[in-house]
Design a protein around this ligand. Structure first.
Ligand SMILES: Cc1cc2nc3c(=O)[nH]c(=O)nc-3n(C[C@H](O)[C@H](O)[C@H](O)COP(=O)(O)O)c2cc1C
Length: 164
């Protein structure tokens, strides 16, 4: 029987984040939903990234990245940073360099700064584990944007097969 695995997997709850990357004074950022907290001590986050993204090569080289938490009114930013980096996606966006040098969006809900510690292949993605070295809440009034609010913005519906 043909199954709608895209609908099934959308029942996993995710937030929406903009991952900031830096390499040799070059900066970029991309939207990601597959981000999770994985350790208390040390504090660690995991990020699942498609190795074809230009941002992946930058993380591999610098071993630094930021995780910017988007809020409910930032669907436009999720779409903007979900585009491939044909142009400077950070132009016209207010951001600053964090401790790691990775971009922090001034209007994010919160951010984390990470140093990459481990990397594992996970099927067609790479699981990047980062040690959280800094972070802050920038806006405590608004609630986080949910991946389900982005519907099929990432075009992932077509990436699922019909069977397990
Ligand atoms: C809502 C949303 C969630 C996404 N989640 C992820 C993700 O978790 N991991 C990933 O590798 N790409 C994810 N993407 C796709 C990237 O944002 C997209 O491919 C982007 O163009 C990569 O940027 P870059 O080419 O500048 O590195 C997501 C896109 C959107 C719109």
């Amino acid at each position: 029987m043909k199954k709608d695995l895209a609908l099934l997997f959308r029942k996993l709850t995710h937030g929406v984040y903009v991952i900031g990357v830096v390499d040799n004074n070059q900066y970029n950022a991309f939207t990601a939903a597959w981000v999770m907290h994985v350790s208390f001590n040390p504090l660690m986050l995991a990020l699942s990234i498609n190795p074809n993204h230009s941002s992946y090569r930058m993380i591999q080289s610098s071993k630094q990245f930021s995780v910017n938490v988007l809020h409910r009114n930032q669907l436009d930013l999720a779409r903007h940073f979900g585009e491939p980096s044909n142009s400077d996606k950070l132009a016209n966006i207010k951001w600053h360099r964090g401790q790691t040098g990775a971009p922090i969006l001034d209007h994010a809900l919160a951010y984390f700064e990470c140093e990459m510690k481990h990397e594992y292949q996970a099927g067609d993605h790479q699981l990047v584990i980062g040690h959280v070295i800094d972070g802050a809440i920038l806006n405590s009034e608004l609630s986080p944007l949910l991946y389900s609010d982005t519907e099929d913005m990432d075009g992932s519906h077509d990436l699922y097969s019909d069977t397990f």
